[in-house]
Design a protein around this ligand. Structure first.
Ligand code: ADE
Length: 418
């Protein structure tokens, strides 16, 4: 049996947890039940590089139910749930290459094992499959109908590739669907980052000064949840509109150098590099907690932190204490990797339901439209976005108001005025 995971005997546990998540993913389940009858992906090969979680397992099951041949590897070395990888291999016969804590060489070996299946559609969370294809596996390009990208960081990389005219096939930016980023990035990251912080530290958030660096959808969600738990939130942002929104939400907004001496907790959610650097570590208080919830571990300048420390010791699982020459202790969580998946279980199934329904329906869209799309980064088709929202509402038993014929006519007219 192909696939590489830590321990195949974990499969029964993985299966129970996958079924637990399934119960909270009614939209994806409805697509799976429909696809078991219609098999719209028959004959298609899909290669996926996603966080190997219970929610992702349910997406893989849905694609397989649609008739696709699927293989999966991890999109981060620390986010894999080993029982889930075992169950995917053993129970669901979906080849899965992922071991929590794998080193960089293993991570890329696993990516290449998925690419060896010669996928016609690739599904990324952070663009590592596309990057590997463009960099080292160009022979695969003629097989590929298109690709799907799950996260902001990946979309940024792919748009840069598009601007440089290097994008070799069409991509759909699943992240940019409203039913993805308004819910997954905001409520998902907001809750799961706090979850990671609590599991790693068991600290009291009430009364802390909590610095959120980046006020995109993830930053909005995180600031909102930290405030709700009684933190005094400071936002650091480079964009004037976002900064203004943060001010009007009641947060203090200031540059990083001003926030550095004030914060008890710092969390980066920017998608950018070295937003916390040596000049900031030099000003932080004794005991400050430093974490990242962005996709890559580049947001905190780890090399600078290591260089400034006279001693580094692990004080709890996932908490490294960096002792500075002046005796201050800075506590780095999850080695600067994305906190919500490395120290907790990622976003809850209820939001991944919508994100992964978008992934499934966009895979079907690319398959149906093969040969008709250009080498561009496309938005999620509006009809898919609206369908996911409607299915989610229906699953919650929530009905919409309807317009009367008079209201429809009024909206179409322009004669009526004051
Ligand atoms: N990204 C964030 N949370 C996730 C989850 N639970 N599963 C897969 N990808 C995720």
């Amino acid at each position: 049996m192909p696939g590489d995971c830590r321990d195949r005997t974990l499969a029964p546990l993985g299966r129970r947890r996958i079924e637990w998540a399934e119960a909270a993913m009614p939209v994806l389940s409805s697509i799976r039940n429909e696809w078991l009858k219609t098999r719209p992906l028959s004959g298609l090969t899909i290669g996926a590089c996603l966080h190997v979680t219970t929610e992702t397992a349910n997406l893989m099951r849905t694609l397989a139910a649609g008739g696709a041949k699927v293989a999966l590897c991890a999109s981060n070395p620390l986010s894999t749930q080993d029982d889930v990888a075992a169950a995917l291999n053993e129970v669901y016969s979906i080849p899965t290459y992922a071991v929590k804590g794998e080193d960089t060489a293993t991570y890329y070996r696993h990516i290449n094992q998925v690419l060896d299946t010669e996928p016609q559609i690739t599904m990324d969370d952070g663009a590592d499959l596309v990057n590997t294809i463009v960099g080292q596996r160009r022979e695969l390009i003629p097989h590929i109908m298109g690709s799907l990208e799950e996260t902001t960081t990946g979309v940024i990389r792919l748009r840069a590739m598009e601007a440089d005219k290097q994008l070799p096939f069409p991509v759909i930016a699943v992240n940019d669907a409203l039913t993805k980023h308004m819910f997954d990035n905001r409520y998902g990251t907001g809750q799961s980052t706090i979850d990671g912080l609590l599991r790693a530290t068991n600290m009291l958030i009430a009364g802390t000064t909590f610095v959120v660096i980046g006020y995109g959808w993830c930053g909005r969600g995180l600031a909102m949840r930290a405030k709700g738990m009684g933190a005094n939130v400071i936002v650091v942002e480079v964009d004037p509109l976002r900064a203004l929104e943060a001010v009007m939400e009641g947060y203090r907004v200031m540059p990083m150098l001003e926030a550095a001496p004030l914060g008890d907790v710092f969390v980066t959610v920017t998608g950018n590099k070295h937003v916390l650097a040596g000049r900031h570590f030099a000003l932080m208080k004794d005991g400050a907690v430093v974490a990242n919830s962005g996709h890559f571990d580049v947001e905190v300048d780890l090399a600078a932190l290591k260089e400034m420390a006279v001693e580094i010791r692990e004080v709890r699982p996932g908490v490294d204490e960096f002792i500075m020459a002046d005796g201050r202790r800075l506590r780095l969580l999850a080695k600067g990797r994305l906190l919500n998946l490395a120290a907790a279980e990622g976003h809850p199934a209820q939001v991944m339901d919508m994100s992964f329904a978008n992934q499934a329906l966009c895979a079907e869209y690319i398959f149906k439209n093969q040969g008709r799309l250009e080498c561009r980064v496309y938005p999620v088709p509006t009809e898919i976005d609206r369908k996911v929202a409607a299915l989610k509402l229906a699953s919650m038993g929530i009905k919409l108001e309807t317009l009367t014929p008079e209201q429809v006519a009024y909206l179409r007219s322009y004669q009526a005025g004051t």
